[in-house]
Design a protein around this ligand. Structure first.
Ligand code: DGJ
Length: 739
């Protein structure tokens, strides 16, 4: 049993954690505890102790110590004496914004059901999940609030969401509807956020909490390059291997808010959900609004453990089960190899060469449709560009399949170019506010995904190509954010719903395509990692991590991303040098050594490679294939943090589930003269097991590799013929058990 109920006290237990809340005297829900698992008790008097504080309102005269502002609340409203930011806000028919949701009943259901119109977690694998559903009622508006808690005991994860249903006669306005609130009794935590920009996504930033509100979020209509919905709280002394940490993420791809408020009493309120700015929802009589789901997880065993348990959870309970454990193909993508300049011969030459190198899938990127020679035209016209590919996409796909390669195609479904047949036929399908000029972004505009006709059109076009070309894979790109939010299909009073309705349209298109064509592997992309979130991962099991393919930049981007997402979600490609984003020249082996830790691909014109480079790529692909299960499904450990100190070194490791096989890699950005002594302390091995490490004759015990570490010799630059610079170096070690 993971859900223990006693006299209106709810104790959600996972293998290692407890989450406890109860019905308070006023009928609302109060939080008691979230952390390391504790024994169940009939009551927890120590956790409900109250002290009366001066100069703040109390619930009733005869309850002077029941001061909402000082209570740990479960899902708080504003207006009855709790002045912290609330989890929701509703404007009633008379304009009043007061709500009092009181406990009515609860149900415990086996498993975890998917949500209807939103990406969500599930329990198809019968992993002992249970769902607690609590119904609360506001008597004045006759609204019900349903709080859902899905408990996944073995990954120490609880998934939460809220649903508002209007059972009254009049329409009310939902002004704010977040997914998760958690009130912690102290604020002695660091906030870990993952911030950046295009080509510099998800850099780790760790700072202590302080009084007031700290938040990350997006108002771009996408989860964004700039901030990621994953955040963590860690005790100041928590590191990768030890200490308490809490992780929060949102199963959503649009505007979001993650916020921590530290109040006057030193408590911390975490809120996660749809960003209330640019949100509102008219709830007419009889209608419901379901929030996206939020995931929360706790561990006392450090940040590696937090990432691992959340990652295993996603692979089992969020990612499409058809692909979650399936080996992901090593692909070649023509984007950086050709950009818009290709024809069938050129593509076939690349594909043939790629096949020789052991690559398994060919992906045709941007530029195959309409009359697209640059980024100014044709988005929306998803028919082949005959001048480039006179024989059509199906013909090209047949030839690629004939080489025994899989074939994938790039789309950017949500976008439209002014110079397109689609725009000429349906200018009204473009997102623009009345009498306002459209703000361009990358020479393109956004389609109104809140309009069902747009979703139907895109479904028809993409379906036709999937069928004609027998597509194995689709890269779904999205290269600009929304401006002039407005939909011709919504009445004035519902325009505030646009941002969320846009996302619902995107999800509907994904749902229809993945249902009709279940064999197609989707990779999501948004100018690289601009929509790297759990909402996308529900439909597209992997995402293009960043447009930045420079090995040095990728080390940091993938390291930061790994806090919140497992390696199988990260597309990682080897590209040519000088790198197109940074101009940096890094060794081919270093580029591969970074890209191994993800879903490996190549993104260069392999026909231009020298014989030595081709031999190296062939060896890299074979190495990756030999260790693919480790790289895609292994347990990942961060070892040396490239965001720490002078940032010159990073290292990480993957280990098999049985602890018998591992691959570790250490990266050095700049070679230093006479450098510090360095050892690599491995993790996750079997202490009493003997191992061999590649390039080394010594036989090690696991405990030696983990505690004494592996000596990393200094790279010496020779004074004669320094054709191989020791800058940007990487060393990859395989560690295998021997009997
Ligand atoms: C942005 C993506 O991130 C790139 O990989 C590429 O697909 C381009 N768009 C194509 O326009």
């Amino acid at each position: 049993m993971s859900i223990l109920v006693k006299e209106h006290q709810f104790h959600l237990q996972t293998d290692h954690t407890s989450y406890i809340f109860h019905v308070m005297e006023n009928g609302e829900l109060g939080q008691l505890y979230y952390g390391q698992r504790i024994h169940d008790q009939a009551a927890f008097p120590e956790l409900t102790v109250r002290e009366e504080h001066g100069a703040i309102p109390a619930w009733r005269l005869d309850h002077p110590d029941f001061q909402p502002e000082t209570l740990k609340q479960e899902f708080a409203s504003l207006g009855k004496g709790d002045y912290r930011d609330p989890a929701f806000q509703i404007t009633g028919p008379d304009g009043s914004r007061i709500s009092e949701f009181r406990y009515r009943d609860h149900q415990i259901l086996p498993g975890k059901q998917r949500l209807d119109d939103l990406p969500s977690t599930f329990d198809d694998s019968d992993d002992d999940a249970q769902t607690l559903i609590i119904t609360l009622v506001d008597a004045v508006t006759d609204l019900t609030l349903t709080l859902s808690y899905a408990v996944f005991p073995h990954q120490d994860v609880i998934v939460r969401s809220a649903k508002f249903t209007n059972r009254g006669q009049s329409t009310v306005m939902l002004d704010r509807a977040l997914s998760l609130q958690l009130d912690l009794p102290d604020a002695n935590y660091d906030l870990l956020q993952f911030s950046g920009s295009w080509a510099r996504e998800r850099h780790l930033l760790r700072q202590p909490l302080r009084s007031g509100i700290q938040s990350v979020g997006s108002l771009r209509g996408a989860s964004s390059h700039q901030q990621n919905p994953f955040i963590a709280l860690a005790r100041p002394d928590t590191n990768e291997d030890h200490g308490a940490a809490l992780g929060f993420n949102l199963v959503y791809s649009g505007n979001f808010l993650d916020q921590v408020e530290v109040d006057a009493f030193g408590t911390a309120r975490i809120l996660t959900g749809i960003n209330p700015t640019e949100f509102g929802w008219q709830l007419a009589a009889g209608q419901s609004f379901q929030t996206p789901e939020a995931v929360m997880s706790y561990t006392s065993a450090g940040l590696n453990q937090l990432s691992q348990q959340m990652g295993v959870f996603y692979q089992h309970h969020l990612v499409n089960p058809r692909f979650a454990q399936q080996p992901r193909p090593v692909l070649i993508n023509n984007w950086e190899g050709t950009y818009f300049d290709f024809d069938e011969d050129k593509l076939m030459a690349i594909a043939r060469e790629a096949k020789q190198l052991g690559i398994e899938m060919f992906v045709l990127d941007d530029g195959w449709f309409g009359h697209r020679d640059d980024d100014t035209t044709s988005l929306g016209d998803w028919d082949v560009y005959a001048a480039k590919l006179p024989n059509g996409i199906a013909h090209l796909a047949d030839r690629i399949h004939g080489l025994d390669l899989q074939f994938g195609l790039w789309f950017e479904p949500e976008m439209i170019s002014i110079d397109s047949d689609l725009y000429r036929a349906h200018p009204d399908w473009t997102v623009v506010a009345p009498q306002r000029e459209m703000t361009p972004g990358r020479n393109q505009f956004v389609l109104d995904m809140a309009n069902p006709a747009v979703v139907d059109y895109l479904y028809g076009k993409i379906s036709k190509l999937i069928q004609a070309a027998h597509l194995d894979y689709i890269k779904w790109d999205m290269n600009r954010n929304i401006t002039e939010s407005f939909s011709d299909t919504l009445p004035a009073e519902r325009q505030v719903e646009f941002a969320h309705r846009y996302m619902l349209g995107v999800y509907q298109l994904y749902a229809r395509l993945t249902t009709a064509y279940p064999h197609v592997l989707f990779e999501s992309c948004a100018s690289g990692g601009g929509r790297f979130d759990l909402g996308m991962m529900y439909y597209a099991p992997q995402a293009w991590t960043s447009d930045d393919t420079d090995a040095v930049e990728r080390l940091r981007i993938q390291y930061g991303t790994s806090y919140g997402y497992p390696l199988a979600m990260m597309g990682a490609h080897v590209s040519a040098v000088p790198n197109d984003q940074t101009g940096r020249i890094t060794p081919l082996d270093t580029r591969a050594a970074v890209a191994y830790f993800g879903d490996l691909g190549y993104e260069l014109d392999v026909t231009q490679c020298t014989a030595a480079e081709k031999a190296a790529i062939k060896a890299q692909v074979a190495f990756y294939q030999a260790h693919r299960e480790l790289f895609q499904q292994g347990t990942f450990y961060r070892l040396d943090n490239p965001f720490a100190g002078d940032g010159n070194v990073g290292s990480w490791q993957v280990v098999s589930g049985d602890g018998r096989h591992a691959v570790a890699a250490r990266y050095q950005i700049l070679n230093q003269p006479n450098p510090a002594y360095h050892r690599l302390y491995l993790r996750g091995l079997l202490a009493n097991q003997r191992y061999r490490v590649s390039g080394d004759d010594h036989v090690y015990f696991g405990d030696e590799l983990m505690n004494a570490g592996l000596f990393i010799p200094h790279l010496l630059a020779t004074t004669q013929g320094v054709e191989a610079s020791a800058d940007f170096s990487a060393r990859v070690f395989t560690i295998d058990a021997i009997d």
